[in-house]
Design a protein around this ligand. Structure first.
Ligand code: 6PG
Length: 234
């Protein structure tokens, strides 16, 4: 069962943001100590925003940390739907992350296929830390259930399409998730409970539940997102 692989951490609601930020900071610091450098790929959506805001207040060697993205929407970097825009507002700008360390995923490029291939060349062979969210349908990054992207085994970054707007996307693929040295899945709130429960305790079916690709990672949940898990008090 997928849950056997996951390290499930259930944090009290009032500690969830702090716990998430501390885990990201700790992972990055450990990588810089171990290898003199660190690489992270950020999740988009809204869940990580307060975590990134808390992370921005922590002291980290950002000149030694390359910041990538797990996925992006096909919108300009200053668009309200842009994952880069959310990260820049909440983390990159307030933390003073050097522009040279920021690697925006160019989902708004005219030729998304070529742009995806170029971005894949920038990605390290193994990300030190991959931060992922959970969609209510079990998607993660912009790997949606039943999509061609979730079946990709060769290209590391590809164009993708979302069933909900913004539809045109770009995303890392399963090989990048598998190769990451550490995976941190962030989910909170009752609306994620079904997807979390299915991902960790349902049948193994990453094509229909793409966030299962991160099952051998740390899943940081609040009690609401964990409510569907067996043995978790409702
Ligand atoms: C995106 C994200 C996506 C996100 C989930 C959850 O571009 O939308 O990368 O994978 O993590 O959709 O989104 P929320 O955190 O907003 O619920």
């Amino acid at each position: 069962m997928a849950r056997d692989l996951a390290q499930v951490v259930i944090a009290p609601a009032e500690r969830w943001v702090e716990e998430a930020a501390a885990r990201i900071a700790g992972g990055l610091e450990a990588s810089v100590v171990a290898r003199g450098w660190a690489s992270i790929a950020l999740a988009g959506g809204e869940t990580p925003r307060p975590v990134y805001q808390r992370l921005a207040a922590m002291t980290l060697p950002w000149n030694k940390i390359d910041v990538f993205f797990g996925d992006e929407r096909a919108v300009p970097p200053d668009h309200r739907d842009s994952n880069y825009h959310m990260a820049a507002e909440s983390l990159l700008d307030p933390a003073g992350v050097p522009l040279a360390r920021r690697h925006r995923m160019p989902a708004d490029a005219a030729d998304r296929t070529s742009a995806a291939a170029e971005y894949a060349e920038q990605l390290p062979e193994r990300l030190d830390l991959l931060v992922l969210g959970v969609g209510r349908d079990g998607h993660t990054a912009s790997l949606f259930p039943g999509s061609r992207a979730v079946r990709e085994t060769w290209h590391r970054v590809v164009p993708s399409e979302s069933p909900v707007a913004p539809t045109l996307r770009m995303t890392i693929t399963p090989p990048v998730i598998a190769a990451a040295r550490a995976r941190l899945v962030l989910a909170r709130g009752r609306d994620k409970a079904a997807a979390v429960s299915r991902a960790l305790e349902g049948a193994d079916d990453p094509e229909q539940c793409p966030v299962q690709l991160a099952r051998s990672g740390v899943w940081l949940l609040d009690a609401d997102a964990a409510r569907g898990l067996v043995g978790t008090a409702a």
